[in-house]
Design a protein around this ligand. Structure first.
Ligand code: ADP
Ligand code: ZN
Length: 735
């Protein structure tokens, strides 16, 4: 018999009543069943018969179908989990409608937990018993001593600690000298103490924290942009909002863009609140995932730190969602259900009556515009904490440089690096390109080695001694001869990647200790974390990195950042190219001078007059946003207009173009809402993993009811067989 959910007043269905159950099977309709013995609550997780199988589902409400009562089957059983609250059910419905994702697929996102169908799970714990053992041995004495010191151990913990075999423990249990107790496997997380003293805040910080706490006390939904340069104390400030949320007995969720950042963040939480929060991301063990999911539902996890999928946890009483680095592109889920975690967090909070904090030094244009329009509140932290000052930024005009072939570090940048080395400080060279060289060219015939499965060039990774496709991961040994013309030893790397930059750096600064930070060079999040800690402690003189280094790590000795190619992100036709470059350059520059010593950022560029480069250098953020916003508004582009991408993929290119053309001709449902469709065209990456990709783009006025129109439109052409049609609402990248 399940416990009633808390917080809302759900309906109860007596045994035999007709209930509607949503299952995780791709049926897209709620099926009617009879309530099981003992009845069930709306929201209960259940197991139901479906054809010959048993599947997981949720009691969605009273049954409504006209399925004949005599043929109805009964719910098999109610699962051992807190029922899903009304708020989460509404969220799944609304998020599914927004992203055009079937409800069953949304439910799958909310039930991705190991062991949901398992019977109530208990485990045996051991503690001292009342009786004395008849005969005392050394081994027995060790067991009893261990338990005196630490009652409540599992058998494995106990035998390990006492250095005995399980039979010794079992013998003591038989004599009553040790007691065996059945305990639920998933226990609440330790209490976080919101009143443990935090750091004394600066005036600026205290004002921002006060505003966030006041919002929480006022109750109800509200979103705030917390904007502040890297190092200004945004984390300190939003931890105060977490404290207020905990005081109210509600739950706080903090989303981070990168698993590699969680360890550092968890340590800060522990230092602030005296215990560790629950974690939810791919690096967590099955047992801990299961515990986090269940405790979110039962209220035994007051704070959860996680990746975007934590948005689908069954919180008992969500009070606050923080999205750290809210502009980060990793918040967009690009496979399966295509959703943006920031936007979905705002939706969920509005349904839960919770507050949202969007923290960033360089907010997305969407968030900036929402704050401008007054939809979000905005708090600014203007100064860095303590003596740390923002780095001075300068352009190095590469047109004036005469670099030899295959060299990328200008003489000015090299001199700046030398000066830091002499002063015992760290320098960072930033290049957002993994591998050794982006292109491998045959000098005999001009052939460029491409991926067999994708429309992408193979990238040389000298460290791995292979060519790798960054689209599909396909790799092959570096060939000795050109695959096109057969010429031997004529293949040459063209252009720089971080590995090649490392080579140049090692030649120019032979005495410096180098560290290369690129995601593909680390086997695990832990290895990466250790390397970051080593660098922070001064274990390297020059750090070479990809965008991985832009994300919030703290290197106190770092005082110089050299950006090898500031123009890199400005190429290409992406709507967000300028915004991304601006954010990335500001973030990277923010790595310099985090402690007492002031920092400098030098940007190598061939277009120092480019408006984006000038805005970066001038540090005129508001000016940059205003100009960018005006341009997008004039073009009717997001966030001032709406867009959706339609990606058709399949093995036959012609078939995709045929379908695309058919869609284009049948655009009446779109025209009715004032939307236009463009395409079909090969997607920017026209082939991935052997599948061709063709794209259509839909553009609509801001006020258009786009989703229903899209559903009507694509619904005219049900795709079959190996063809796929994916709708991407608010596409982030145009791939
Ligand atoms: P952000 O999140 O804006 O990058 P953090 O909150 O991480 O900034 O703060 C940067 C550094 O300054 C951290 O090491 C933090 O502990 C420290 N710091 C910030 N504010 C204070 C404060 N009021 N007292 C002591 N240390 C602080
Ligand atoms: Zn490939």
């Amino acid at each position: 018999m399940s416990k009633p959910p808390t917080g809302d007043r759900p309906s109860f269905f007596d045994e035999g009543a007709r209930v509607g159950v949503l299952t995780t099977q791709p049926l897209d309709r709620v099926l009617d069943y009879l309530a099981p013995e003992g009845g069930c609550w709306a929201g209960a997780f259940v197991e139901v018969p479906l054809g010959p199988r048993r599947v997981t589902g949720v009691v969605w409400g009273p049954g409504e179908g006209d399925f004949p009562a005599a043929k109805l089957r009964q719910v098999n059983r109610v699962l051992d989990a807190a029922p899903m609250r009304e708020e989460l059910r509404s969220f799944l419905i609304r998020a599914g409608e927004y992203t055009l994702t079937p409800l069953s697929a949304m439910l799958r996102l909310a039930t991705r937990v190991p062991g949901l169908g398992d019977p109530p799970s208990m485990r045996k714990l051991y503690r001292p018993g009342a009786a004395e053992p008849a005969r005392m041995t050394d081994a027995r004495a060790r067991v009893l001593e261990t338990l005196e010191a630490q009652p409540g151990l599992t058998l494995k913990e106990l035998t390990d600690a006492a250095g005995v075999s399980p039979s010794v423990v079992k013998g003591l249990v038989a004599r009553g000298a040790v007691e065996e107790v059945d305990t639920p496997r998933d226990t609440p997380f330790p209490r976080l103490d919101p009143d443990a003293p935090g750091k004394p805040l600066t005036e600026d910080q205290a004002r921002a924290a006060g505003a966030l706490c006041a919002g929480l006390r006022a109750g109800g939904y509200g979103t705030t942009l917390l904007k502040g340069v890297t190092g200004s104390g945004k984390t300190e400030v939003y931890l105060e909002a977490v404290a207020e949320c905990l005081r109210q007995g509600r739950q706080a969720l903090v989303l981070l863009p990168e698993i590699a950042l969680t360890a550092e963040f968890i340590a800060r939480v522990e230092a602030r609140f005296g215990a560790r929060p629950a974690e939810w991301h791919s690096g967590v063990t099955m047992a801990e995932r299961r515990r986090a999911w269940r405790m979110a539902g039962e209220g035994g996890a007051s704070m959860v730190v996680g990746a975007r999928s934590a948005l689908f946890l069954p919180f008992r009483e969500l009070g606050l969602v923080v999205i750290d680095e809210e502009h980060d592109t990793s918040y967009k889920q690009e496979e399966g259900a295509l959703y943006h975690a920031r936007d979905m967090a705002v939706l969920r909070a509005s349904l839960a009556g919770a507050r949202v904090v969007l923290a960033s030094a360089t907010p997305s244009l969407e968030t900036w515009a929402n704050a401008e329009a007054g939809k979000y509140a905005r708090l600014d932290l203007t100064a860095r904490f303590g003596p740390a000052a923002l780095p001075a930024m300068r352009a190095l005009d590469m047109r004036a440089e005469t670099l030899p072939a295959n060299r990328w570090i200008s003489s000015k940048l090299a001199r700046a690096v030398e000066a830091r080395l002499a002063a015992g400080e760290q320098a960072m060279l930033f290049l957002n390109r993994r591998g050794y060289a982006p292109v491998t060219l045959c000098r005999a015939c001009g052939h460029q080695i491409g991926c067999k499965h994708c429309d992408a060039r193979m990238v040389e990774h000298r460290f791995l001694k292979r060519l790798v496709c960054h689209q599909c991961g396909e790799s092959e040994p570096i060939p000795a001869a050109c695959p096109a013309c057969g010429a031997e030893d004529r293949l040459a790397p063209v252009g720089p990647g971080v590995e090649r930059l490392a080579e140049e750096t090692a030649e120019r600064f032979p005495d410096a200790r180098l560290a290369v930070l690129s995601s593909d060079l680390f086997g695990s999040a832990r290895a990466l974390k250790e390397e970051i800690a080593r660098i922070a402690e001064g274990g390297a003189d020059i750090v070479i990195g990809t965008q991985l280094v832009a994300k919030g790590h703290n290197f106190p000795l770092l005082t110089l950042v050299g950006v090898i190619d500031a123009d890199l992100g400005l190429q290409g036709s992406d709507l967000r190219a300028a915004e991304r470059t601006f954010q990335l350059m500001r973030q990277v520059a923010g790595r310099a001078g985090r402690a007492e010593r002031p920092g400098t950022a030098l940007l190598q560029t061939f277009q120092p007059e480019h408006p984006v480069i000038r805005a970066i250098l001038a540090g005129d953020e508001e000016g940059f946003w205003r100009a960018e916003a005006a341009e997008r508004e004039a073009a009717g582009m997001p966030p001032y207009g709406r867009m959706a991408g339609i990606i058709l993929s399949g093995p036959e290119l012609q078939e995709l173009f045929d379908l695309g053309t058919a869609l284009l001709r049948a655009d009446a449902p779109l025209r009715r809402v004032g939307a236009q469709v463009f395409g079909p065209a090969p997607a920017p990456i026209a082939r991935i993993r052997g599948r061709h990709r063709v794209r259509l783009l839909v553009k609509a006025p801001k006020s258009a009811a786009l989703q229903p129109a899209l559903a009507d439109w694509v619904g005219q052409f049900p795709v079959k067989g190996e063809l796929r049609l994916a709708v991407d609402i608010d596409p982030q990248s145009f791939f």
